[in-house]
Design a protein around this ligand. Structure first.
Ligand code: HEM
Length: 145
């Protein structure tokens, strides 16, 4: 499939029937004719947008990432004069952002909510109390004998 082919709006507008249905999404010209019956959202919505730019409608639905990547299978070209984001993935920006966020997370020094001395007191005090108790019992027991 030649995704570098350029189409004008009026060229795309000619393909607006169920037998020949093109739509534009994010500057990409998509031939959805073979996808009409498969579309989980129904063929009507695609036919309604046939020959037109359906970017807003597509985005408004909140399509999954899988759906977004699926779109590339049907791309036949680009809209003339449109700047296409990245080469192969129009959702690369959000992907890059999530990677960046993860990288930043690694640099954030997470503060321990508990001060170190509290951890020490937590374990040391009960141990000391137990040792003192045993010591006391040992001596009082020894004195009673
Ligand atoms: C080639 C373009 C398109 C592809 C590949 C595509 C793909 C999909 C997929 C895979 C789903 C299932 C849900 C998900 O994974 O997000 C879906 C649902 C849906 N799509 Fe599309 N879609 C396209 C274009 C459109 C357009 C242009 C519209 C609206 C005009 C639309 C409206 C819907 C609706 C209403 C649903 C149902 C959402 C739901 O049930 O929650 N789709 N689409």
């Amino acid at each position: 499939m030649d995704t570098k082919r350029m189409f004008t709006l009026s060229q795309v507008a000619r393909h607006k029937s169920k037998q020949d249905c093109w739509i534009i999404i994010h500057g990409r010209v998509i031939d959805v004719t073979k996808f009409l019956e498969e579309h989980p959202g129904g063929e009507e919505v695609l036919i309604e947008s046939a020959g037109k730019d359906a970017t807003k409608e597509f985005d408004d639905i909140g399509h999954s990432k899988a759906a977004k990547n699926f779109l590339f299978n049907y791309q036949i070209g680009c809209l003339q004069g449109c700047k296409i984001q990245d080469d192969d993935n129009l959702f690369m920006d959000s992907f890059k952002e999530s990677i960046k966020a993860k990288e930043m997370e690694a640099f954030v020094i997470k503060e321990d909510p508990k001060p170190k001395y509290l951890t020490f007191v937590e374990y040391f005090v009960p141990l000391l109390a137990a040792a003192l108790f045993l010591y006391y019992r040992y001596f009082t027991g020894a004195l009673q004998l």
